[in-house]
Design a protein around this ligand. Sequence first.
Ligand code: NAI
Length: 336
Amino acid sequence: MRPTPTMRITVYSAQPYDRRFFDELVESRADAGLEWIYQTASLDTGTVTLAEGSDAICVFVNDCLDAEVLEALAAMDIRAIVLRCAGFNNIDLETAHRLGLFVARVPAYSPEAVAEHALAMIMTLNRKTHRAFNRVREGNFALDGLLGVTLHGKTAGVIGTGRIGLCMARILKGLGCEVLGYDPYPSDTFLAYGEVVPLEALLARSDIVSLHCPLTEQTHHMIDAETLAAMKPGAMLVNTSRGALIDTPAVIAALKSRQLGALAIDVYEQESELFFRDHSAEIIDDDIFARLTSFPNVLITGHQGFFTVEALQEIAQVTCANLVAFANDLECPNRL
Ligand code: NAI
């Protein structure tokens, strides 16, 4: 392959761990010719000029790539956008294509990492290990309030049987659950783990419903008052996919009425205002989020499903490969 020309890439929403994994990669492949400029700011119309002088930008899930931002990037002669994530709901692809921008993502860095995190949330919420941890440290060994159910033999529904959904189905089958799947494009592989059913049947029969579909116009608020009412009373809902799959006020109403038995979320519709930063010394203005945190049967994590060493290594590697493909005008399988 031809040597890669030096390329300057402004990395938005950069965290110490992004820097660590990109720098490790550059050190091990000194000739990669990629120069990273880290910005802690997230990308929006106010911060887009930080990329001035770069050849490309690297963005994450909560960076805003609407038409205005894309026009500004093109005007600065920035030709490439690499997403260091799988989901691409935050970019106006039509405008990006019209402007001739190269856009590529990391389609599958570690589906197991996200599925394992969903499992951790289910286990925590069911057996209340988070509460037990605190109690035992305070010398409180009472079991009252820690009662869970045996997952073996329960029915678990997987909405979206793609890469992560398949891993989830395999894990749930391993637990001894009866696994149901719903996907408009079901894969044959899923049949090794469970039964493909219509959405209504999945909602009506599942003790646990886990969301693994992308955020699109069709899936926006797919969990709303109507679908919540169609769920088995007392079921657990798990969302490690994208916050806006869920209508949060409707979910709060379903928790209050006890129709929904438990909620585990790694993503939240308004997460861009909160996640990936320390707000512990501030007042949180988001009353909907604050209400969610007040339920004993709600577990929230701050979009950490992807957060494993292996996934971050893969993200860094594939992001570099995408940039090298762009710089050398090579075919890029991850191009959007
Ligand atoms: P994938 O593309 O392999 O699978 C998605 C599946 O959803 C496909 O089989 C597709 O047919 C299906 N689908 C599309 N529309 C649907 C609908 N209306 N109802 C049900 N299923 C539908 O994607 P993958 O890799 O499994 O990722 C899924 C999602 O997980 C991503 O879109 C992303 O939003 C989220 N994600 C979250 C992470 C986290 O850290 N929490 C990390 C990585 C991804």
